[in-house]
Structures are given as C-alpha cells and as structure tokens.
Design a protein around this ligand. Structure first.
Ligand SMILES: [Zn+2]
Length: 306
C-alpha cells in the first residue's frame, strides 16, 4: 500500500496531464471517433477518484458533504455546455466574413499549445476580475461555495459564469478560425485541468511546483480566510499571476479540511437549483463574517485567535 501511495504521489500529475491529454491527442490525430474522447474524460475522473482514496490531501474531503447530487448536475451541465460550444464552431466560422488568422498549417500539437496559451491568459483574467467585480463574484461564488475539494468540484460553475468564461476564453479563438479538432482538445485539456486543480490528491510536482496552477497553490485559492485566497487565479500556469502580482506559493498557516468556502456564506446552499438562483439573491459583503468584526468588539468575534 505504501508503494502504491508513493507511486500515486509522483505519477498522478503526469498520468492526468500528459497521459489523458496524450490519449485525447492520439484519438483526434489518428481520426478515431470522438466518442473515445468522452471515455478519456471518464477515465480521468475515475483516475482522480482512485488517487484521492490512495493519497488524499485531506481524508475528510473524500466523504460526501451532501453535495454529490448537485455536483453531478454541475458536471453534466458543464460538459454539455462545452460540447455545445464546440458544435457551434462551424456556425461561427460560417458567420464570420473572413477566413480567420488561425495557423491551420501548423502541426496539430502546436495549434493545441497555442490555444492553451491563449486560454490560460483569458481564463486567468476572467477569474481575476471575478474576484474583484461584485457582479462577476456573485456568479463565481457558486464555485467557491464548495465545502471540500475533490475531482468533481472543478466543474462546479454557474452556467452563466461558464458562458462568460467561454465567451472571453474561447470565442476569440473561434473567431480566429480555430478548427473543431483543436477546440475539442482544448476543451478536454481544460476539463482535465479543472479536475486535477481541484482533486483531493496529495501529489508531487517537483521543480514545476510553482510553475503550474494546481495542487497546493489552488487549495490556497479556495480558503475562506478573508482576502487571503485572492491569489493564484491561473488555469494552467502561474505566469499570469506572477505578472498580475497575485502569485502566492505558500499559505500563512497550514490549510485545514474545514478552511474552504465563502466566508460570508458559511451555510452555502446545497442543492443544484438553489445554487443556480444563488447569484440573484446573494449580496456580497452584506452578511459580514464575524472575523471582520472591529477590533474594539472582541466579544463579537467568532474566531478571536485568527
Ligand atoms: Zn476563484
């Protein structure tokens, strides 16, 4: 068991990021049926769940927090929306009055990397602004309401927020003439990235630890410690966080299993439908968490030691 745990710690990221995306690339590059891509996604989710049980970051995060059904809905809606986006590509290509500037003559692998580099920048900027603009934060808060981190939580997004992500993160690529094959591989890469980013796996990244926006860096992004989680917004890399000045490699204290969530909504709605309605009833900052109580009222503070 111990050797299995060690193998999981070191092989989880390579298997997920290189193995699963590599399998997707092989399927598309060799002209196999796209149905196989769905199986790669299922395999990625299965691998994440297995690794979470072998080498969990927090044992408590492996247990249901009453969120299983809502998360299944979120995952289904997320993937359905992504596939719909790809299906819209031919329509977009037909509507735009130019041939596009996409380098279709490049090798497929370079086209996918180009799409990932652009998506990394665009998704990071949308994420950054989602923590600063109240209107966007209302939508993005649904993602931060998760009380634990595990593979499925990466796909917990309000559909409107996902639409904004796609509009800014992938529509420019579509308008530039990105082919459907590249869009599918980009979509797969984003889905796998979200699963890895949020999975409850204690794994090693070696020298890439501070270069990739996954693992402990993203756990820190989800803490409910006031503004301390306003860092590490990246999707694939930490490059844009470093340029924005929001890269934070270490938490100020160890992250405990119950340190996640939206701090002014400790009882976050659990059902999928309540979460869909949440942005329209939530008033950010209205229910100030007691941790923000003025220092001259120490009796009112919930966690005086913090
Ligand atoms: Zn966020």
């Amino acid at each position: 068991m111990r050797s299995l745990k060690v193998a999981t710690r070191y092989l989880y990221a390579p298997i997920m990021l290189l193995g699963m995306n590599g399998a997707g690339y092989y399927i598309v590059a060799t002209g196999q049926s796209y149905v196989w891509l769905a199986l790669v996604l299922v395999a990625a989710i299965g691998t994440a769940f297995a690794a979470e049980h072998i080498s969990p970051a927090h044992e408590e995060w492996n247990h249901s927090h009453g969120d299983d059904t809502a998360n299944m809905w979120h995952a289904a809606v997320y993937e359905f929306s992504s596939i719909t986006g790809v299906l819209l590509l031919p329509a977009i290509a037909w509507l735009v009055p130019w041939n596009g500037i996409w380098p279709q003559g490049w090798p497929l692998v370079l086209q996918v990397l180009l799409a990932i580099v652009f998506a990394d920048l665009a998704f990071t900027l949308v994420h950054y602004w989602s923590h600063r603009l109240p209107m966007l934060w209302r939508l993005h808060a649904v993602h931060h309401g998760v009380p634990r981190m595990y593979g499925f939580n990466g796909l917990v997004r309000h559909p409107l927020h996902q639409s904004i992500d796609m509009l800014i993160g992938t529509l420019p690529l579509a308008l530039a003439g990105m082919p459907a094959d590249v869009a599918l591989l980009l979509g797969l890469a984003i889905s796998i990235q979200l699963i890895v980013q949020h999975s409850n796996v204690d794994y090693e990244l070696g020298p890439l630890r501070n270069a990739m926006s996954i693992g402990r860096l993203h756990h820190l992004h989800h803490v409910n410690w006031g503004k301390e989680g306003d860092c590490n917004f990246g999707l694939f890399t930490t490059l844009w966080d470093r340029l924005l000045g929001t890269f934070q490699p270490e938490p100020s204290r160890p992250i405990k299993a119950n340190d996640l969530g939206v701090d002014d909504v400790p009882e976050f709605p659990k059902s999928f439908w309540q979460q869909l309605m949440f942005p329209f009833v939530y008033q950010p900052g209205k229910a100030q968490p007691e941790r923000y109580a003025p220092a001259d009222k120490p009796k009112d503070r919930l966690h005086p030691a913090e």
